[in-house]
Design a protein around this ligand. Sequence first.
Ligand code: AQP
Length: 343
Amino acid sequence: MNVIVPPSMDKQRVLSGVQPTGNLHLGNYLGAIRNWVEVQDQYENYFCVVDLHAITAPHNPSTLAEDTYTIAALYLACGIDLNHSTIFVQSHISAHSELAWLLNCLTPINWLHDMIQFKEKAIKQGENVSMGLLDYPVLMAADILLYQADKVPVGEDQKQHLELTRDIVDRFNHQFGGGQAILKRPNPMIRHEGARVMSLTDGTKKMSKSDPSELSRINLLDSPDEIQKKIKKCKTDPYRGLAFGVVDRPECHNLLTLYMVLSGQSREKVAAEGEDMGWGQFKPLLTDTIIEALRPIQSMYTQVRSEPTYLESVLTHGRERAEVLANKTLERVKEALGFSRPR
Ligand code: AQP
């Protein structure tokens, strides 16, 4: 296992995270984690498991801690390298909640009502919509701003929240900065391919941990049998010949994109290969490609979980390192807002 070496301090800083709301799926991997891994050596990276976000929807207290460890172990299994990156748990650093409160008091409530994710999730939650769900983007802004991140690699679905974070920065600096940029404006980092992986049961909906149907997603820890079953049952269409970007064939575009990204082939090559293919020929190909792409991640995951003290030490070191930066920003913000210091 890796020795933990402090990341270089002269690189731009990256921050991102995933909620422990269930199993990580191919959308989380291709839209976020794979991209973190690919560029991690160019940045100073902070990757957190955002467990405070996980309770913005009804959650199970008996699985929250275990789900948090699973996600942290999956970060390592997917290739997050401690020579370049710090891994920590959001709730282990109280500055996240505190900055979220401070930012709440300067964020207009109508900005939050406009968030697409809030509207979509509020519909799913019906009567049970919490204040936390509405406030999710402010907590996310606090996560990013505490580390003065330059870049935030996310899937397409989080772009609007990044824009809100930038608006909060401008408002804070304008109202309380006294001519200084106390908070830094982050930029989204969104890769075109895999930025929006769609559900296997409905190509117009994004693949999501909270979709009640297990058949809608491929989890990173699914066994080969489960993957085979899910691809066998996934929604397709009655046409022969597979192609990208055809209107009314969202499932075809999604499955072909998954095949392209996970097999590492070019769009042109995959388009040519799929031209005369039927679903009966394509599905086994896609199944094998997914199984092979996930195999090394699954074997590394088993290794990480077999050494629980290792994971504990990664998270303890991560907290210690992240906390220094987080507390420094929090102090600057409190000072700008005019709070007294304890004597
Ligand atoms: N379908 C997706 N395609 C591409 N990227 C995706 N991401 C999530 N789903 C897709 C990206 O994964 C990162 C972590 O997401 P998250 O767990 O913090 O929350 P989420 O976006 O709400 O993901 P889920 O799976 O839909 O979770 P639930 O169902 O709990 O809400 C983010 O960078 C996100 O863009």
